[in-house]
Design a protein around this ligand. Sequence first.
Ligand code: DGL
Length: 261
Amino acid sequence: MDNPKCGQPIGVFDSGIGGISVLKELYKIMPGEHYIYFGDSQNAPYGTRPLEEIRRLTIANVEFLLKQGAKGIVVACNTATSAAVRILRGMYPDVPLVGIEPAIKPAALQPGHPTILVMATPMTIQGKKYRNLMANYEAQADIIGLPCPGLVEFVESGNTDGDDLRAFLERLLEPYAGKIDSIVLGCTHYPFVRGLIQEIAGAQVRIFDGGNGTAREMRRRLKEAGLLSKDAGCGSVTFENSLAKEEEIELSKTLFQKNLC
Ligand code: DGL
């Protein structure tokens, strides 16, 4: 018999609107699902906050989504995943719960011992999870972590292609010009500025992000739990935001429609 929870939504959250880049990947491969996306824009960015505070905010986000009836949770934030995914798994052992981490693996497995620049928040780069991930692949690649404080704020304000953003990225990437083979987008806000990053870094630099892998892992977990929707393609997305402003919801919808390549 079908699990009665199949028709319930998948809960997705981020410190703000960046996780919509993951939501897009989820929707692409599971269009028959219902989604509820929570952006905690009031508290963004998380990446410069103390660890305990990020944990408290992350747990509150999961509680909120479960109260809305979420059958599974996607932590669409590298920072929250790094800070709290183990705690969350301990707290909710029966809920399919998937986090996101920088896509270092596919970048490191490219031939020729590549040099990889990992762009992420300061918290993600300092975290134990990132150090372990790096240690796993340091024989295959040279991996450089680049904390990018300030970049999340551009996307949160809806600025994904302004001249000020371009100047910010040029300053950030200038020291690596001609020295890297790939860039890993280790924050879910960054795919929204992927085009600019590619332009500045040059066409020879390959860009990786973990959104698609996370979406596939969620599909696998839901399937395993017998929780995939039976609908072929009539899903829906509901946006919620802690700022509770109509403009924030409108911006979320615009980003959801945005082409990321
Ligand atoms: N999108 C979040 C991430 O993936 C941004 C974190 C922040 O708010 O600093 O890390």
